[in-house]
Design a protein around this ligand. Structure first.
Ligand code: 5GP
Length: 233
């Protein structure tokens, strides 16, 4: 299989069908724009499984995604997409960059989900952008913006419900979007504890990549707890 692209956490391989590609989930953990890195055996498998379950849940609830099926422990078959260089972040509770940027108290609950856009650019450290930037810089088609917003909020509703059943709070998450071969705009990339913040409802323990970012404990233990909470979803 020919490698099309290698990112920090995944490799994209070509298939015999030009409209489909394979995502291979690596064991690499990276944070702070790749400055902090480690190999964590088993992470790729956990993330592929978690993302597959969540894409299946979302598809069942009517959210269009690039997911086709899980192929193996570390591989997922997806529709090829023209990815927009935009990250859509939804926040239910304040933590991470918004706390530093706006001086909000860590843990503040928003009265409704807060939606933000960032430009995907490691060299610029993914700067925050507004809808005008997206349109005028051509980061995504103008008509895709309302759809990205509506879809991100729907994904938030579905995932909050799914995680709350397992005693986990969905604090925030990042989505990426792209255009599929059939012309539709869909959720692409991955939905994993690398791209979400998940806190234990009872103890407040962080179960996501913040464990790696801030040396809070074994990463795999947190990700396994997340996967266990999804069994039966
Ligand atoms: P923050 O803006 O607070 O750093 O991140 C908000 C949420 O989006 C967190 O769940 C974080 O994991 C996710 N996120 C934001 N930017 C990125 C990114 O470049 N890569 C990944 N994997 N997740 C991100």
């Amino acid at each position: 299989m020919r490698k099309l692209y290698e990112g920090k956490a995944k490799i994209v391989y070509e298939t015999e069908d030009p409209n489909k590609v394979i995502l291979f989930f690596k064991d690499t953990a990276s944070a702070f724009d790749g400055v902090k890195k480690a190999e964590i055996k088993g992470k790729g498998e956990l993330n592929n499984t978690i993302s597959s379950i969540l894409f299946e849940v979302l598809e069942k609830r009517g959210v269009k995604t690039h997911y086709i099926r899980k192929l193996s422990e570390r591989e997922m078959l997806v529709w090829r997409a023209e990815r927009f260089p935009v990250e859509v972040v939804v926040r239910n509770v304040a933590t991470g960059s918004i706390v530093k940027r706006l001086g909000i108290k860590e843990g503040t609950k928003f009265k409704r989900p807060l939606l933000e856009f960032f430009m995907k650019d490691d060299k610029l450290h993914d700067p925050m952008v507004c809808e005008e930037h997206i349109t005028l810089l051509g980061l995504a088609p103008e008509d895709a913006i309302p759809l990205m917003k509506e879809t991100a909020l729907k994904v938030n509703e579905v995932l909050r419900e799914v995680f709350s059943k397992g005693g986990i709070i969905l604090v925030d998450f990042k989505l990426e979007f792209g255009r599929l071969p059939d012309g539709s705009v869909a959720v692409v990339d991955e939905i994993t504890p690398d791209t979400m913040r998940l806190w234990d409802e009872k103890t407040g323990e962080k179960l996501d990549k913040d464990r790696f970012r801030f040396d809070l404990g074994d990463l795999l233990e947190g990700y396994k707890r997340v996967l266990d909470s999804l069994r039966g979803s």
